[in-house]
Ligand binder design. Structure first.
Ligand SMILES: C[S@@+](CC[C@H](N)C(=O)[O-])C[C@H]1O[C@@H](n2cnc3c(N)ncnc32)[C@H](O)[C@@H]1O
Length: 246
């Protein structure tokens, strides 16, 4: 009897939470969110990162795929956007970055809270296996941004796939069964043509064991209309967020 009551209460709670979310336009799979301008970030934090994603992206993903008290991981935390928002929403958080300057920036942003490590996330033995509810990350790739001159930084490697594979395998190990992995990635132009990098990562994750649940198009809200008119082409104004489940 008690068990049945408990299930009913849980069901009602779930419905209430769903009702709270359902009127929000971000339950659509296209999100229009203005991208971060490093100049403003520098103004707010005193320092900046060249590839931060907006807090709003982390806010929506954390609200949708976790609850208070859950652990949220970012294996490429950069300026700590995921960690900052996770703490603000009452979650616990862990992060890795290979660059000391970014870990210091993250520590500053979260006022010393959260568990943050300056090392490669290929090995995250500080995190218990099967303990993480949600991993959100935006990986480094193909020299698109200059994070540092460190040859160990995946962003500086011509072939990032083996290292990304190791990190994502580690993410898989750390996630709880039923936990989510949200991977934010953009299309990359090489010699005038888009490569298939975002889609290759889907296959890489599927081979590890992740199941693709859905995709979100993040429309970055920047206008490249002039460029498109001048070049008679359509350049991409969006990034992808692949939502995987373990
Ligand atoms: C796209 S940025 C992440 C930005 C972050 N989402 C934010 O909002 O600030 C990718 C980060 O991965 C870091 N990185 C590169 N190789 C790494 C590795 N092997 N282990 C951990 N971090 C690494 C880079 O230094 C960079 O800060």
């Amino acid at each position: 009897m008690e068990n049945k009551m408990e299930t009913q209460i849980l069901k009602q709670k779930k419905e209430e939470e769903y009702l709270k979310l359902r009127n929000l336009d971000w339950l659509s799979s296209v999100w229009k969110i203005t991208t971060v301008n490093p100049k403003f970030q520098k103004f707010e934090l005193g320092e900046s990162h060249s590839a931060s994603f907006p807090e709003e992206v982390a806010y929506r993903l954390i609200s949708l795929f976790s609850k208070e008290g859950d652990y949220i991981l970012d294996p490429f935390c950069g300026s700590g956007t995921t960690n900052y928002v996770a703490l603000a929403l009452g979650r616990k958080t862990m992060g890795y970055d290979i660059e000391e300057k970014y870990i210091n920036l993250t520590k500053k942003r979260v006022f010393g809270k959260g568990l943050l490590f300056c090392k490669s996330s290929e090995d995250m033995n500080e995190v218990f296996d099967n303990s993480i509810q949600l991993c959100i990350t935006s990986p480094p790739y193909l020299n698109v941004r200059n994070y540092s001159n460190n040859i160990e930084n995946i962003g500086n490697m011509n072939d990032p796939y083996p290292k990304l594979n190791k990190v994502f395998e580690e993410v898989y190990r750390k996630l709880k069964k039923g936990g989510y992995f949200c991977l934010n990635v953009a299309g990359i132009a090489e010699e005038g043509y888009l490569n298939t990098f975002p889609f290759d990562l889907i296959n890489l994750c599927k081979d590890i064991g992740f199941k693709l649940r859905s995709s979100i198009i993040w429309d970055k809200g920047i206008t490249i209309k002039d460029w498109n008119i001048k070049n008679n082409e359509i350049a991409e104004n969006h990034e992808y967020i692949w939502v995987f489940k373990k």
